[in-house]
Design a protein around this ligand. Structure first.
Ligand code: FES
Length: 122
């Protein structure tokens, strides 16, 4: 299930955008898509932890929100490239150097916040 959210337009003093998403609504295996700071981030959980990443596939820029989540990975449906959500590294094809752009996500006051300004490449 994919749900679209649009956050408040400005980040806080640490660069985190309030996504307007309740942390309890972010579930492993489901993508929650949010538009923040002119970008689209996908939020989900891996092993209970919040993770956020760009919707743009690093292979050829397909929309990863149309992909599939499984076992802590996202698979792009255009050419099948698969990325580990915790490291950003490609798990298929083997040896592929492109990395998924990840963002920092945190829970604060029961809500999900995402920082775009310091992408986490793993
Ligand atoms: S664009 Fe995603 S695998 Fe090619």
């Amino acid at each position: 299930m994919i749900r679209f959210w649009k956050s408040k337009p400005a980040p806080d003093s640490e660069g985190f955008y309030d996504t307007g998403i309740a942390a309890t609504s972010v579930i492993a295996g489901q993508m929650t898509v949010v538009k923040i700071g002119g970008k689209i981030a996908i939020v989900t959980r891996v092993k209970g932890r919040l993770v956020a990443f760009s919707n743009i596939c690093p292979h050829a820029a397909a929309d990863l929100s149309k992909g599939r989540l499984f076992d802590g990975q996202v698979k792009c449906l255009d050419h099948g490239y698969t990325f580990d959500l915790q490291t950003g590294r490609a798990t298929w094809p083997e040896g592929e150097g492109c990395r998924l752009m990840r963002f920092t996500a945190k829970e604060e006051g029961g809500m999900v916040k995402v920082r775009l300004s310091a992408p986490n490449f793993g």
